[in-house]
Design a protein around this ligand. Structure first.
Ligand code: MG
Length: 379
């Protein structure tokens, strides 16, 4: 079992005068401390949230709003005292403890897992990034006095991960003035190993950082729509959303003529503005003759992902008078989800009749409409 101690002190003097802790400031609409708690909860950690002394109430409410269970512990005047208070609530001595800054809201579950596995191997892990900028030393007047060799220089982040028993020993030797657990452990003679950090895991210090965190979180949502229809004819198989349906007629077309998947393929391509199914798979090309439209959909999904999009969900409506499609819908959703590589809960397939009106109503053909949502991640 791993414990996360999320330290939420900090009056945030460089953030301007704030009535609350800066860890309660919303980032992408969610308080920083809550974002941290969600990431550690998703990584399977038990949560201990250290609040500013006497300031538990707003944290209790914020966590409750998001259904997060955490032990709230009042902190001390100094960071080291706050961590010590949290550490006192860790029950097992041989548990790994991840100490995290509540003002680093973009910590990912992936980074947390990386720190844990590195800590298991090296008895402790601290995420860090190599310094890329040239480093200068300068006096108060801004005059450069030296250029510092950056070859072995790292910027250190949190969560910093150590065994509870080692942290307790190090704190018993005194942690005053230590700005992070790594320095405390170094002072106490424990080995400290760096693991790769995450550039998005920024610390909220100034109002500019808050704007930067918002920008990093911003995702662009795009919607696409597709429509297709094929003629019903004898001597053909009826395939809809990749499922063969027993019926006296089937859809006529160059491929398997799965109108539902053609509409969905167009919706995906449309959301990404990547043209349409006819351009991608010309029906004059012999290699697509009789091909399963699941293969076409899969290739379109790959192209959409390669263009930097994530498939969020899709919704297909098949317009068909006969046969009755309801019994086949669960299997259709599974086929489509498997083909797109998304959860079944993100795939909707519906069927409707037109009450005998139009070509679908007269049984001359089947049409399908589809919508798809994509997200473009900016980090
Ligand atoms: Mg078609």
């Amino acid at each position: 079992m791993e414990y996360a101690i999320i330290v939420c002190g900090g009056s945030g003097t460089r953030m301007g005068s704030l009535p609350v802790s800066k860890t309660l400031l919303p980032v992408g609409g969610v308080p920083s401390a809550v974002r941290c708690a969600l990431a550690f909860r998703n990584a399977g950690c038990r949560l201990i949230l250290v609040t500013p002394p006497g300031g538990e109430k707003p944290f209790e409410e914020a966590l409750k709003n998001y259904g997060i269970e955490a032990l709230l512990v009042p902190g001390g005047g100094e960071r080291s005292e706050s961590v010590k208070n949290g550490l006192a609530r860790v029950e097992e001595d041989d548990a790994l403890v991840l100490v995290h800054d509540g003002a680093r809201p973009l910590v990912s579950s992936e980074l947390i897992r990386r720190c844990v596995s590195c800590a298991r191997e090296h008895h402790g892990a601290v995420p860090a990034l190599k310094v890329a900028d040239t480093l200068k030393k300068a006096g108060p007047d801004g005059r450069v006095t030296a250029t510092v060799d950056r070859a072995d220089m790292y910027r250190v982040q949190t969560p910093q991960c150590f065994y509870a028993r080692d942290l307790r020993k190090a704190y018993a030797l005194g942690g005053k003035g230590c700005t992070d657990e790594a320095s405390l452990m170094e002072n106490a003679g424990f080995p400290v190993t760096l693991c790769p950090g995450d550039t998005a895991n920024i610390k909220l210090t100034t109002p500019e950082d808050l704007a930067m965190a918002d920008r990093l979180l911003r995702r662009v949502t795009r919607t696409g729509f597709g429509l297709d229809a094929h003629r019903l004819t004898e001597g053909r198989r009826l395939v809809l959303c990749g499922v063969e349906i027993p019926y006296e007629k089937g859809l006529l077309g160059h491929s398997d003529a799965d109108a539902a998947l053609h509409a969905l393929t167009d919706a995906l391509l449309g959301a990404a503005a990547l043209g349409d199914i006819g351009q991608m798979f010309p029906d004059t090309d012999e290699k697509y003759a009789g091909i399963s439209s699941l293969l076409l959909l899969k290739q379109a999904a790959e192209r959409v992902r390669a263009a930097g999009f994530e498939i969020v969900n899709c919704d297909v409506t098949i317009v068909c008078q006969r046969p009755k499609l309801a019994p086949f819908i669960p299997e259709m959703r599974i086929r489509v989800a498997g083909c797109l590589g998304i959860e079944v809960s993100r795939v909707s397939v519906k069927a409707t009749t037109t009450e005998l009106m139009g070509y679908e109503g007269r049984g001359e053909g089947i049409s399908a409409h589809a919508a798809a949502t994509l997200e473009e991640c900016l980090i």
